[in-house]
Ligand binder design. Structure first.
Ligand SMILES: Cc1cc2nc3c(=O)[nH]c(=O)nc-3n(C[C@H](O)[C@H](O)[C@H](O)COP(=O)(O)OP(=O)(O)OC[C@H]3O[C@@H](n4cnc5c(N)ncnc54)[C@H](O)[C@@H]3O)c2cc1C
Length: 489
């Protein structure tokens, strides 16, 4: 079982240059000359490699339509010409869903970046309607400027797009209170593989007229259609936000602290991020000029954020909660951020974890979930198995443990060759997958299936789930032009 590895070299098909030139020319007539780049154009290069730079794809063209009508005409053209379409947002996805790797040579990348307008903000309805190419951070900022919160927040928020967030059902650090992207979607506009358009941007909170078809496209990774716009739920912007870094003696204690916080502080907790000592030390590699927020003398750290409305004494509640758990012996030490700058520094550590790992070169990454009640046991078990298999590598486990979601990654020693790294990725991926399935968990908590985890999905997914998904794909996209090779085809 080849888990979580993808070899692009073995499956790429060469692009026919004559064909590519003809296709580019015809696409230019649909969206304008400036916005169609051949696969060899340097402007296409960032769209044809993944975020880590580990994989490079080929395509006939990268196309950037300006509006829904242009998306429609490109999709119709591709359907007629039997050209596959890979939708691409910010290309920050971590499972190779937005790259035409291993697809037929007749494929284009359809980038949504030009469709970045905020179409409407309905204050009384607590809703915003945006085009799919809006950067997540732009939506957060636009909401905040009007006193609202768009709660989806993740490390790639400065680059990832709303359409990509919807298509991967993105999670991030605020899922604890606000849920994943699915919970924010009130309605969608989608160009279907036959060129028809689903118009559903009414922003209704209740609409029980049959099956909620919006749901088909959330987490579908571009395999059923192209999301062109979305109506999204907004929340009140919290006026009081308090961030703290907490030191504990074990992952078990961290889970206990989380359970205590839920019980005693209710919905005030918005984030609860596990960062063991080795992860904080690793993060420092990407932050050479930053001083650690506290001396790292304990094994386990947790970054927590509590937030509430103007009249809620969030800081007071957090402080008295921390006093109690310290008296109980659960909490060992704490640093509370008193300014926004201090809070930003604490969050910077969390964000730097990804950057620090990228600096270490090719490594094994995972994104798994188990029930919260089994989280501590799982982390201990998988660490033990990985450390035993790869004694000279660094094994890290961090992430959104309040959601039962942890990233268990293995960083090989610096002198490992690419071949050794690939072998570790394959063997270690199998260990993690077997272990998480043994705990009745998921091998993809947030990032999706894409191309990277497709064989794992085919191997482990429930037979009835696969049957339903494949039938849906055949029904909606009988010509299989939407993102072939990714998730469903
Ligand atoms: C540093 C870093 C931190 C991250 N942290 C998190 C995290 O905490 N939680 C999390 O969930 N993810 C996280 N991710 C993963 C990634 O950011 C998310 O998956 C994000 O939602 C992808 O958005 P994107 O616009 O970059 O999509 P892309 O990578 O461009 O595409 C992702 C998938 O969606 C499809 N797609 C894109 N746009 C559309 C569209 N308009 N219509 C139809 N299909 C489309 C693509 O074909 C592809 O299958 C992180 C990534 C990085 C690099």
């Amino acid at each position: 079982m080849n888990a979580h590895s993808y070899s692009s070299a073995a499956v790429e098909s060469p692009v026919d240059r004559h064909d590519a030139a003809t296709v580019c020319e015809q696409l230019r007539q649909l969206v304008g000359g400036e916005y169609v780049w051949s696969g060899e154009d340097p402007r296409a290069e960032p769209c044809l490699r993944d975020w880590h730079g580990d994989h490079v794809a080929t395509a006939l063209a990268v196309v950037m339509p300006a509006n829904t009508e242009q998306v429609q005409s490109v999709v119709c053209y591709c359907a007629q010409q039997a050209i596959a379409v890979v939708p691409q947002g910010g290309n920050t996805g971590l499972v190779l869903g937005a790259l035409p790797l291993g697809a037929d040579a007749r494929v284009i990348v359809l980038g949504l970046g030009r469709m970045n307008a905020i179409r409407d903000m309905d204050h009384d309805n607590y809703a915003i309607t945006v085009e799919a190419g809006c950067i997540l951070q732009t939506v957060q900022d636009a909401a905040a400027a009007q006193g609202f919160l768009f709660p989806v927040s993740l490390g790639a928020e400065g680059s990832c797009q709303i359409g990509g967030n919807i298509s991967t059902n993105a999670g991030g650090v605020n899922v604890l209170r606000y849920g994943m992207m699915r919970e924010q979607v009130l309605g969608l506009e989608v160009v279907l593989p036959d060129g028809s358009v689903l118009h559903n941007l009414k922003g209704l909170r209740k609409d029980n007229r049959g099956v909620d078809v919006n749901q088909l496209f959330i987490g579908a990774e571009g395999a059923l259609g192209i999301v062109t716009a979305a109506s999204l739920r907004l929340s009140p912007l919290p006026q009081n936000v308090v961030t703290a870094l907490l030191a504990l003696d074990s992952v078990h204690d961290a889970v206990q602290l989380y359970l205590q916080a839920r019980k005693r502080c209710g919905d005030l907790m918005t984030a609860f991020e596990l960062m063991p000592k080795n992860v904080l030390t690793l993060a420092q590699e990407a932050l050479p000029d930053t001083t650690a927020p506290m001396s790292l003398t304990h094994s386990t750290y947790v970054l927590v954020e509590f937030s509430g409305a103007e009249l809620v004494d969030v800081a007071g509640i957090l402080e008295s909660f921390l006093e109690r758990v310290m008296e109980d012996g659960l909490l060992q030490d704490a640093v509370i951020a008193h300014t926004q700058a201090q809070a930003a520094t604490l969050w910077r550590y969390r964000e730097a974890v990804n950057e620090a790992q990228a600096l270490r070169g090719l490594h094994l990454r995972s994104d798994v979930s188990v029930s919260i009640s089994r989280m501590a046991e799982f982390v201990e078990e998988v660490h033990q198995q990985l450390q035993q298999a790869f004694p000279s590598s660094l094994v890290v486990g961090y992430g959104h443990i309040g959601d039962g979601n942890v990233h268990v990654n293995v960083l090989p020693p610096a002198d490992y060759t690419t071949e050794q790294r690939m072998a570790l990725i394959e063997a270690g991926g199998n260990i993690i997958t077997e272990c998480v399935m043994g705990f009745n968990g998921s091998f993809s908590a947030e990032h999706g299936v894409g191309r990277l985890k497709k064989s794992t999905f085919e191997h482990y997914a429930d037979a009835a789930q696969k049957m339903l998904m494949h039938k849906l794909k055949q029904c909606v996209d009988p010509k299989n032009i939407m993102n072939p090779g990714c998730l469903l085809s």
